[in-house]
Design a protein around this ligand. Structure first.
Ligand code: SF4
Length: 436
């Protein structure tokens, strides 16, 4: 059988199980891993099941044998198994994570819109003994979620106002956002769309709604770019996703399709050869991957991204700036450097949207500017994302930059460089008001 040749069981590391290990990869680890990838890529596929023919990491093996001793390696690599066994209940989670009283209270009395769901794979990345672990804070609720502060709104970006038909947000004239599902495999506690998550029956697709959305796009010749989002489009089956891509791809005025997803990070097993073989039929297809912290850059996630990149899909990242999770220059620099090694271009750094119960995640704007200033000029230009505020009230994404143009004097623009030194550029035709 093909699967037997793809998975050669390795010896488990010797010695007692000591819990989670450091999952972040060194540069050399990535390159070693890439060499293995090129050898193990299969030439034939049969289905979208259990074909993630990469080595699992030591961390993953330890976690699986400790918490899922009856689960085979093939089941662990089956994304359907990961979805079916996503951790949603406090009883299950507490067998894996030493929950703090705060987390336990938040889960037991949870009444907000956003359910709890964590794939076993992503649970393997959480530090079971540290409630301040950055990934743990992203997916396990705390009681601060019940705290609603001034300025927070269910729909802070007023997306519903720009929704001409269900599932479509048409804010910018030439682009449409198509919310194709309300399901994700793992829910981020700061999700901008928490108001719509899991509002329909789990995994049921409303084809009538899709049809109306496609008709809307087909009837608007201004739309040249469609972004599939949700929820997470990669939680759909290959067949359903292909049906959508095929229909959109056939519309003559659509030049570009994009997918927004966190699946390569929380469910890398989903990135099967069958999926990438299907996706590459619908080029130009771009992908924005939601990545939060360097701890997420595991061998499995790296393999998933490299597989997508090898399918010709340009990859960008979207990162939400989160207090005490990734809001410092060192963490953000480690994150963007790791991304470039797996061919993911840092794209947007978002100021956290003011959804209800998000104040414990939000940072001052000055923190985002400080991070951009700490990276721009100090590292590869490709590594620096655009810092944006998605303006409450529906103003769209507004980029923010530290002040590099600081004045205009005697026909020259005064510029501050990354080291703080001032330079003059002769610019007799411009006025300072033109650049601010
Ligand atoms: S993956 Fe995206 S849509 Fe899903 S919960 Fe996280 S932020 Fe929300």
């Amino acid at each position: 059988m093909e699967s037997e040749t793809l998975f050669k069981e390795e010896e488990e590391p010797p010695g007692p199980l000591t819990g989670l290990v450091n999952v972040e990869n060194k540069v050399s680890d990535f390159f070693l891993f890439n060499a293995e990838l090129s050898q193990s890529y299969p030439t034939k596929q049969k289905s979208d099941r259990v074909l993630f023919p990469f080595k699992d990491s030591a961390r993953s093996r330890l976690f699986r044998t400790r918490h899922y001793p009856d689960i085979t390696r093939l089941e662990w690599f089956d994304w359907h198994w990961q979805m079916r066994n996503a951790i949603r209940e406090v009883e299950t989670l507490s067998q894996i994570i030493n929950l703090s009283d705060n987390e336990r209270q938040a889960m037991m009395h949870h009444s907000g819109a956003l359910p709890v769901s964590i794939t076993p794979y992503y649970a393997s990345l959480l530090n079971p003994n540290d409630p301040s672990d950055p990934l743990r804070r992203c997916v396990i609720p705390v009681v601060d979620e019940c705290l609603h502060t001034e300025g927070e709104e269910e729909d802070p970006l007023c997306e519903d106002v720009d929704s001409p038909v269900p599932g479509i947000i048409h804010r910018y004239p030439d682009r449409a956002l198509f919310l194709v599902t309300d399901t994700c495999s793992t829910y981020c506690r700061y999700c901008t769309r928490s108001r719509i998550i899991e509002r329909s029956h789990h995994h049921l697709v409303d084809f009538n709604k899709w049809e109306r959305a496609i008709q809307y796009i087909a009837g608007n010749k201004n739309i040249r770019d469609v972004l599939l989002s949700g929820g997470d489009p990669l939680t759909l089956s290959d067949e359903k996703l292909e049906w959508l891509l095929m229909r959109l791809h056939k519309i003559p005025h659509i030049e570009l399709l994009r997918i927004g997803t966190k699946v390569p990070v929380v469910l890398p097993q989903r990135i099967t050869p069958a999926l990438t073989a299907m996706l590459k039929k619908y080029h130009p297809l771009w992908m924005s991957i939601h990545i939060t912290h360097p701890k997420e850059l595991t061998p499995e996630m790296s393999a998933a991204c490299i597989r997508l990149a090898d399918a010709g899909i340009p990859l960008g990242s979207q990162t939400v700036l989160l207090a005490d999770i990734n809001d410092d220059v060192v963490t953000m620099t480690r994150l963007v450097h790791g991304q470039l090694q797996i061919r993911v271009r840092p794209y947007y750094l978002y100021q956290c949207d003011p959804i209800p119960g998000s104040s414990h995640f939000r940072t001052p704007i000055s923190k985002g500017l400080e991070i951009i200033q700490g990276m721009r000029g100090h590292t590869t230009g490709y590594a620096v994302p655009t810092y944006v505020v998605d303006a409450p009230g529906g103003g769209g994404k507004i980029p923010l930059l530290p002040e590099y143009a600081i004045g205009w004097e005697n026909g020259a623009l005064l510029l501050r460089n990354y080291e703080g030194n001032i330079f003059r550029y002769p610019d007799n035709h411009a006025k300072l008001k033109d650049i601010h």
